[in-house]
Design a protein around this ligand. Structure first.
Ligand code: UDX
Ligand code: UDX
Length: 458
């Protein structure tokens, strides 16, 4: 079967870039991305590429290549489903915040809504592809809904998890380490295989059974997050002993069996996937009675929460046990550099902790809007909200502050005139570097009291 038309439901951080690259690389396939959110679709269609709903290096070029040619963004979900031979489901699957599995299980209500809509609208046979990260055996549920509520149309279900990381999404999509396709029906698998083989070397396209594919995605994220929690746990030990976590990471990373990536100590991992997927894994293990397995993975999250909390506690302790009325500048709000995404960002937790101690917070992030920062802090009351100021200028954010905390590893922070920043701060001038980003020696020479994660000032 040769695919000529694709529909993707969900124009988010996953659906948007993934489908844009498929359209760019397969000019003969019409790709329509649909979303319930009208303003999001309007932003994808905006002629000013600065207004795309997500910031991702290289994405504007991909959109320029394909939009209007064979890539379309629309809110007419029914029409796009009807026209497509292959439908990707790329809607969000947040952690459930109610009922059974609250705080752990994935909320699949949007997935189910999509399946029911596909079943209602479809008049011809279709391949349905799970792009969203889903708990193991979700494909079975989707198939059940499609087969029992459809109009006698045949559906094939494939699992095709996305491994792109935000900030490097376009690069990851152009040159993936691997593409994973889980399925049972050979014809459906080869239809999707043919799409990717337009630009991905065939030996990098892996086919497995559906359950292996679904579980591989959760496992990949769990392993990556585990590495971050592992190095973060060592960072605390380094601070107590005089070892330096960057040196330890370099030394262990040169062991080919360990590898050098994902060994950067930090303020704690964030992002929409790590916590959600591990909680999901923990929930699945528990539901099979595998308590040791569940406890093992849960510890990765416990460690991450500890890392975020101890960073803010250290600021409070160092500033003579009180930050009440003091100005603290937070540089960076996104969960990592090169994205405007703030989901589960450590900055949120750190700001909340400092505000609960009545600190005045000034935030600067090169890509995150003031509106988003305020949305992330909706849990605060009105009085606490007054303690937060968002600045468009890093020098203004840092001016007259008692301390600066680096929370995201934006490259531009390294280019600042730190002498000027120092001169405009209260003394002693503290910098808490949550990303080990700045040059320690230079910062100390300028006069800062410089405190970095995972290194002691012993
Ligand atoms: C999300 C999850 O984070 C990831 O784990 C999963 O693999 C894919 O979905 P992301 O693209 O980052 O990834 O989510 P988000 O940016 O929230 O985009 C989802 C989009 O789906 C939103 O724009 C939302 O409006 C849309 N949506 C949701 C629908 O169009 N219909 C629905 O029924 C539900
Ligand atoms: C992750 C996976 O990498 C990706 O394959 C999957 O599809 C979605 O989840 P993402 O969340 O976009 O991608 O970013 P990632 O680069 O994995 O970083 C996650 C968090 O870990 C960030 O907060 C980052 O700052 C942190 N991190 C990462 C560290 O603290 N140290 C590191 O060494 C690496």
């Amino acid at each position: 079967m040769k695919i000529k038309s694709i529909c993707c439901i969900g124009a988010g951080y996953v659906g948007g870039p993934t489908m844009a690259v498929i359209a760019q690389k397969c000019p003969d396939i019409k790709v329509t991305i649909v979303d319930l959110n009208e303003s999001r679709i309007a932003a994808w269609n905006d002629s000013n590429l600065e207004n795309l709903p997500i910031y991702e290096p290289g994405l504007a070029d991909v959109i320029t290549d394909a939009r209007g040619r064979n890539l379309f963004f629309s809110t007419d979900v029914d029409k796009a489903i009807d026209e497509a031979q292959m439908i990707f489901i790329s809607v969000n699957t947040p952690t459930k915040n109610y009922g059974v599995g609250k705080g752990m299980a994935a909320d699949l209500k949007y997935i189910e809504l999509c399946a029911r809509q596909i079943a209602r609208v479809s008049k011809h046979d279709k391949i349905v592809v799970e792009k969203s990260t889903l708990p193991v055996r979700t494909a079975e549920a989707i198939k059940n809904i499609l087969d029992n509520t459809g109009n006698g149309v045949q559906f094939q279900i494939l699992s095709n998890p996305e491994f792109l990381a935000e900030g490097t999404a376009v690069q990851d999509l152009h040159n993936p380490d691997r593409v994973l396709i889980g399925g049972e029906n050979e014809e459906a698998i080869s239809a999707l295989f043919d799409i990717y083989s337009n630009w991905v070397p065939k030996e990098k396209i892996l086919t497995t059974n559906v359950w292996s594919s679904e579980l591989s995605k959760l496992t990949a994220n769990a392993f990556l997050a585990q590495r971050v929690s592992s190095i973060n746990s060592i960072s605390e030990l380094c601070e107590k002993t005089g070892a330096d976590v960057s040196e330890v990471a370099k030394a262990i990373g040169m062991d080919a069996r360990i590898g050098s990536k994902f060994l950067k100590a930090s303020v704690g991992f964030g992002g929409s996937c790590f916590q959600k997927d591990i909680l999901n894994l923990v929930y699945i293990a528990k539901s099979y009675g595998l308590h040791e397995v569940a406890d093992y993975w849960e510890q990765v999250i416990i460690m991450n929460d500890h890392q975020k909390n101890r960073f803010s506690q250290n600021i409070i302790k160092t500033l003579y046990n009180t930050v009440s009325g003091k100005k603290i500048a937070l540089l960076g709000w996104a969960f990592k550099k090169d994205t405007n995404d703030t989901r589960e960002s450590a900055a949120i937790n750190i700001a909340q902790n400092l505000i609960s101690e009545q600190a005045n917070i000034a935030v600067y992030d090169p890509k995150v809007s003031e509106k988003q920062i305020k949305l992330d802090l909706l849990d605060l009351d009105e009085k606490q909200m007054d303690l937060i100021n968002v600045s468009q200028d890093p020098y203004e954010a840092c001016s007259n502050s008692h301390a600066i905390a680096i929370l995201t590893e934006w490259d531009e922070f390294n280019t600042y005139d730190w002498k000027k920043i120092y001169n405009n701060m209260l003394k002693p001038a503290f910098v808490f570097d949550g990303r080990n980003l700045l040059d320690k020696k230079q910062m100390i020479e300028i006069g800062f009291t410089y405190i970095a994660v995972g290194s002691s000032n012993l």
